[in-house]
Design a protein around this ligand. Structure first.
Ligand code: BES
Ligand code: MN
Ligand code: ZN
Length: 509
């Protein structure tokens, strides 16, 4: 999408549709809406006074200007209550506008919230662009005739105040880079299992590295064996597709602190293996690499934003299928750190491959490690689609993630890692088991059991995000597709990195 920021008076701008946000209960519009109302001879205030438009969140109305203004139409978007308005409201309003204006192909907007909403100008502009890009996203690749389906092609942001222009431009550019990176993550996660096996995911990572000036290395099956990565190799055994470990690296121009390592679960399809899943809904297991997609998207954003940080992305990529060679319940894996794991359930494969990546991360002497994984159905039971489960061993890192969640609307909810949960991964024959459930007993703390397993392989500040619920089919946000991948994690992690980079810069000056 083409995005432009221009200085000018909205009543003199030529456009297919001019988007204005209206708070709930407003009867006499001020600011930009007030200027448009005067140009239209009071048509807006008449509408508002007679209750034709309430300003409810998600409400839209198209008004023709009948040549009273160069803009052909005015598109009203309800912003809801002014007291509750936030950057999330800006993203939602902009996504709603993008839906409503898709048939016009081109849209002009003001920065919602920067005036009366009193949000920071650059952050509000960023949110406008993010909301527009994410709200216009469609996965069209496999739909006949959808190549020329209606979609917004151009967004123009107008601001009358010259003083605000540079902040809006900076925010809009950030919004575009980040929004496009989320769309990359969505594209990857939406791809069916057959067209994105581990080697193709690695191929895409290589393409991304070339385009974004990232370093990329892919460890092959032989190299995985040499590293002793028995989790990845074990899970991959049932599949015809060879596994790999993708390593992406963003190096700042000047060498800075120790790296931050991001790890994404890359199970390109999860059938459950020999502990096979029921048939209903199994197609959704193509999203089991959403963590990997989020890491690739974040690496793209880190490079595009030129962050002065050393960031490494690790993606263990594998397909989980049953076959005559597949991993069997009862099998025991020995990891590079000597730890042995009894595989009691081949469907708890995510933790098996993440363990290898967590051990491997140690090579980089990381400052912090964050993993993202569609790890447990239990996390979705606990939190639904509204937040990712957050676990970790470092208060500072956890609080920084919560702060980034607040800024981005990509919610996290901290869950405990009590010592007592260790009994959920006890084994009689190995050091630990991957999923221990006594016969006939009801499952307990499934998300925490996954996290406490991962903690066994960690020796640095670490956080784990269980994104099983948030990664796909979120119908409660205008900028998320009700069906398909959300790209959850890219904005959250990029915000964390941006914040960290600002501190880095601040500590130097
Ligand atoms: N990929 C699944 C988790 C999942 C389930 C993600 C539903 C998104 C939606 C994971 O590999 C899995 O199968 N987990 C098991 C763990 C259990 C065997 C301990 C689960 O949640 O049932
Ligand atoms: Mn599984
Ligand atoms: Zn899985």
């Amino acid at each position: 999408m083409e995005i432009q920021v221009v200085q000018g008076d909205i009543t003199t701008i030529q456009t297919e549709a001019l988007c204005l946000g209206i708070f709930r209960g407003v009867r006499a519009p001020g600011g930009a809406a007030g200027a448009v109302d005067r140009a239209l001879g009071g048509a807006l205030s008449a509408l508002l006074q007679e209750g034709d438009f309430e300003g409810e969140k998600g409400e839209t109305l198209v008004l023709r200007t009948d040549q009273k203004m160069p803009a052909k139409r005015v598109l009203l978007i309800g912003l809801g209550e002014r007291e509750k308005f936030s950057l999330e409201g800006v993203r939602e309003a902009s996504a709603t506008a993008a839906h409503a204006a898709s048939r016009f192909r081109e849209l002009t907007t003001i920065v919602h919230g920067a005036g009366i909403g009193s949000l920071p100008t650059d952050a509000a502009a960023q949110a406008v662009v993010e909301g527009t890009l994410l709200g216009s996203y469609r996965f069209r690749k496999y739909r006949q005739g959808d190549e020329d389906s209606k979609a917004l092609e151009r967004l123009q942001i107008v601001e009358s105040d010259r003083e605000k222009l540079s902040a809006i431009k900076a925010g809009a550019e950030r919004g575009q880079l980040i929004g496009e990176s989320v769309c990359l993550a969505r594209d990857l996660a939406n791809e069916p299992g057959a067209s994105l096996p581990p080697r193709e995911l690695a191929e895409r990572a290589g393409m991304l590295a070339r385009e974004s000036k990232l370093e990329c290395r892919v460890l092959t099956e032989e190299e995985l064996a040499a590293e002793g990565m028995s989790g990845i190799l074990g899970v991959a055994r049932g599949s015809e597709e060879p596994p790999c470990l993708i390593v992406l690296e963003h190096l700042p121009q000047k060498k800075t602190q120790a790296p931050i390592v991001l790890i994404g679960k890359g199970v390109t399809f999860d059938s459950g293996g020999i502990s096979i899943k029921p048939r209903e809904g199994m197609e959704a297991m193509k999203y089991d690499m959403a963590g990997a997609a989020a890491v690739l998207g974040t690496m793209r954003a880190a490079a595009a934003l030129g962050l002065p940080l050393h960031v490494i992305g690790l993606v263990p990529a594998v397909e989980n299928l049953p076959s005559g060679r597949a991993l069997k319940p009862g099998d025991i894996l020995r990891y590079a750190n000597g730890k042995t794991v009894e595989v009691t359930n081949t469907d708890a494969e995510g933790r098996l491959i993440l363990a290898d990546a967590l051990i491997y991360a140690q090579h980089f002497h990381p400052r912090a490690v964050i993993d993202l994984a569609t790890l447990t159905g239990a996390c979705m039971v606990a939190l639904g689609k509204e937040a990712a489960g957050l676990f970790g061993n470092n208060r500072d890192l956890l609080e920084k993630l919560k702060e980034a969640a607040q800024m981005t609307g990509e919610r996290v909810w901290e869950l405990p890692l009590y010592e007592e949960y260790k009994k959920l991964i006890q084994s009689e024959v190995a050091d630990i088991g991957n999923s221990v459930l006594a016969k006939g007993s009801t499952p307990q703390a499934g998300a925490a059991a996954g996290a406490i397993f991962l903690q066994e392989f960690v020796s640095y500040p670490w956080a784990h995000l269980d994104i099983a619920g948030t990664a796909q089919n979120v119908d409660t946000r205008a900028y998320c597709p009700a069906k398909g991948a959300t790209g959850y994690g890219v904005r959250l992690l990029t915000q964390l990195l941006l914040h960290d980079a600002r501190q880095e810069l601040a500590s130097k000056s």
